[in-house]
Design a protein around this ligand. Structure first.
Ligand code: AMP
Ligand code: ZN
Length: 118
């Protein structure tokens, strides 16, 4: 299987890494949609967030925890609060625009985020 994000985990494709744990990796999106746009992934391959939840709920929790840590690190939230705030998005399937089929959380912030999203 040829997976872009697995290749990034392996170090075969360059990434601007901002956070890493033994089971997760976070790097800047190459086409940022906000002043801060980081992708958080599990190092193991799972196609979607639902598949990850079913296959390895502890790893899903680790990915969400990493996203929260990235938000603090990037100044999007205080360690003990939510200010100024940020959004975590995961696209699933073509209708939602998923283009990379290795689950990833988009962490977006640094500007006011409209709701509902497009
Ligand atoms: P999605 O469309 O939800 O599957 O998100 C995939 C994301 O991966 C998009 O926001 C892309 O800009 C991003 N992306 C694609 N290739 C790279 C890359 N080489 N490095 C960083 N981000 C990438
Ligand atoms: Zn993969």
């Amino acid at each position: 299987m040829d997976c872009l994000f697995c290749r990034m985990v392996a170090g075969d494709v360059p990434a601007t890494v901002v956070h890493e744990t033994d089971r997760t990796l976070a790097f800047r999106d190459i086409n940022p949609q906000a002043p801060t746009h980081v992708l958080v992934i599990p190092k193991d391959h799972h196609a979607t967030v639902g598949a990850l939840a079913a296959d390895d709920p502890d790893l899903l929790a680790a990915v969400v925890r990493a996203a929260a840590d990235v938000a603090v690190q990037e100044g999007l939230a205080t360690a003990d609060g939510v200010e100024p705030g940020y959004r975590v998005v995961t696209n699933t399937g073509p209708a939602a625009g998923q283009t990379v089929h290795h689950v990833h959380l988009h962490v977006l912030g640094g500007r006011s985020l409209t709701w509902p999203p497009g």
